[in-house]
Design a protein around this ligand. Sequence first.
Ligand SMILES: NC(=O)c1ccc[n+]([C@@H]2O[C@H](COP(=O)([O-])OP(=O)(O)OC[C@H]3O[C@@H](n4cnc5c(N)ncnc54)[C@H](O)[C@@H]3O)[C@@H](O)[C@H]2O)c1
Length: 354
Amino acid sequence: MAKQLNLGIIGFGFMGQTHAETIKGLDYANLKAVCDTNEAQFVYAPDGVATYVSADELLADETIDTVIIAVPNLLHLKMVVKSAKAHKDIICEKPLAMNSEEVKEMMAVTKEENVRFTIHHQRRWDHDYRVAKEVYDQKLVGDIYTIKSSLYGFNGNMHDWHIYPELGGGMLYDWGVHLIDQILWMIPTKLQTVYADVRNVINEKVDDYFNIQLYFENGINAQIELGTYFLNSSENWFERHWFIGGNEGSAKIDGFNPKGEITRTSELLGNVPGQITMTHAGPTRSFGPAPEGRILTEALPEVDVSHRMFFDNYYAAVSGKEELTIQPEEILRLMQVVEAIRTSAKYHQSIHFE
Ligand SMILES: NC(=O)c1ccc[n+]([C@@H]2O[C@H](COP(=O)([O-])OP(=O)(O)OC[C@H]3O[C@@H](n4cnc5c(N)ncnc54)[C@H](O)[C@@H]3O)[C@@H](O)[C@H]2O)c1
C-alpha cells in the first residue's frame, strides 16, 4: 500500500519517541522528520529521518503534511499556531492547552487556515476503558447510577517539567485529562455539576491527588480518583480500577489489561417483607448476606482495541472515510471541566456546569 501520511514530530522526548515507535508499525504512514531543541534526543531518531533543532525548520519541510506536537504543555499554543500558519495538519498532545481560552485560540487559527486538527487522547482506546464503555453502551448492568474510575501509584514520583505549574505540570493535566475525557466520551449527556477535591500531598507546587465527582443529567454520578502517593511495597506499582453499579448488577474491572467480572443476582432484589434480623444494636436488614445461589457472575465483554487505532482513525479521516474521533470542541469542553474542577476545589463548592 502506498504510504499516504507524511509525519513530522515536534518535541522528541518521551512521547515524541513513543510516537516514532508507533509510526513504525503503521503501513500507511511515514515519519519524515523530528525536531527537538535538545540535539541529544536525536540518537533515538529512526534511520533516514531528518532532524531539526527548531520547529520553524521542520515546518518549512515540504515533505511533511501532518505534525505531531509533543513539547511540554506550555508550548502547545505557540506550536499549534505556527503549524497552522505553515499549513500543516495537526495532532497535538494532551493536555491540548493551559486553559480553555488557549483552546479557543487554537480552534480559531486552525479553522482560519483550514487545517485538520485533532488531539492525541489515545486513552479512548485503552483496553480497560473500552470494556467499561461496552458495559455502559450495552447496559450490561441495567440502568447505571454510579461509575468509579481510579488510578493509584508510582509512590509519589513526579519529574522534570511536570513539577512546575507554569510549564503545565501536575496530575490534573497529566493523567486527569485522560481520565475525565474517558468519562465525558462514555456519558454523552449534559454534565450538571462538578465537585472536586484537588490536593498537593507531597508536591508543593503541583497537584498530585484528586477526587472528582461529575453528576450527569441522566442521573449518573461518576467519580474519578487519582493518587500518586498511595504507597505500596511492590515495584512499579500502578493500579487501575473501574466499578460500575447498575440496578441489574455490578461490574468490576481491574488493571489496564483488565480482569474482573459482572456480578448480578438470579432475580432482581426488592424489598422483602417480614422477618427482621435482630443484632445487639437492634433490628437490621442492611448489608445482609444474599441467600445461597442468588449471586451469579459473568465474564466481562471482550473488546479488540489498541492505541494505534487513534492513527487508524486519523488516516481514515484524511482518506475521507471517517470523521475524526477526537474533535477540538470536545476538548474545549474537557478543558472547561478542568477549570470547573479547579474552582470547585479552591472554594470547596459544587459548580453548576451545563
Ligand atoms: N498521550 C499520552 O499518553 C502522553 C504521555 C506522556 C506525555 N504526553 C504529552 O506529551 C508532551 C511531551 O511530554 P513528554 O513526557 O514527552 O516530555 P519530555 O520532556 O520527555 O519531552 C519534551 C521534549 O520537547 C523538547 N522541547 C522543549 N522545547 C522545545 C521547543 N521549543 N522545540 C522543540 N522541542 C522542544 C524537549 O527538549 C524534550 O525533548 C506533553 O504535552 C505531555 O503531556 C502525552
